[in-house]
Design a protein around this ligand. Structure first.
Ligand code: 5GP
Ligand code: MG
Length: 177
């Protein structure tokens, strides 16, 4: 697996330090409140597990299965909700976590759905945000790292379902794609 990595973009220890700071920001924004955290599967799995263990708060963790990439390296332009039911968010403060903000369609669609479902507040956090123009009007409230507009893998992010377990964010060699 490691042999397919072209370049390490963000090393594990750098991610860990940044998560300490992000957790602090979230703690300050939600002092003492029970919040519902919605983890977007599968990409945000690793990020969420590491961030949430830095939040000594009463939390309720929910997951949502959404798909926009369908295994390739280009955004498909349409967001599919794969669950039959949305988590119960009526009147609740919600924090949505995703792996990466790219076109913005995923985060926009999820935030809109939760707002429609009656959430009192929807905040969003991503590990990575690509430095590019968004296709829709959205920015995340918490951003781990800004990166260039290139395809990345690792730390939850996949290529065709693989490489999610790499402990860092990197790029793939051309011959591996
Ligand atoms: P958006 O809806 O913002 O275009 O895309 C968000 C989703 O696309 C992310 O949740 C992620 O699943 C996928 N995505 C966007 N950029 C990348 C990337 O560079 N690498 C991987 N593995 N997935 C990406
Ligand atoms: Mg995703």
């Amino acid at each position: 697996m490691e042999a397919d990595v072209e370049r390490v973009l963000i090393a594990e220890d750098v991610i860990e330090k940044r998560l300490d700071a992000m957790a602090k920001e979230v703690r300050q924004d939600f002092p003492g409140e029970v919040i519902v955290v919605i983890v977007l599967l599968k990409g945000a799995l690793v990020f969420a597990a590491d961030l949430l263990r830095r939040l000594p708060r009463m939390l309720e963790i929910e997951c949502l299965n959404v798909a926009s990439y369908h295994g390739g390296t280009e955004s498909a332009g349409k967001v599919d909700f794969l669950d039959r039911k949305l988590p119960e968010v009526k009147g609740r403060r919600v924090l949505v976590l995703d792996d990466i903000l790219d076109t913005g369609r995923t985060l926009r669609a999820v935030a809109d759905k939760l707002t429609e479902a009656g959430a009192a507040e929807v905040k969003t956090g991503v590990l990575l945000a690509k430095d590019r123009e968004r296709a829709v009007d959205v920015e995340a409230d918490y951003v781990g790292f800004e990166i260039g507009d290139e395809f990345v893998i690792g730390y939850g992010l996949d290529y065709q379902g693989r490489y999610r377990n790499l402990p860092y964010v990197g790029t793939l060699k051309r011959e591996a794609m």
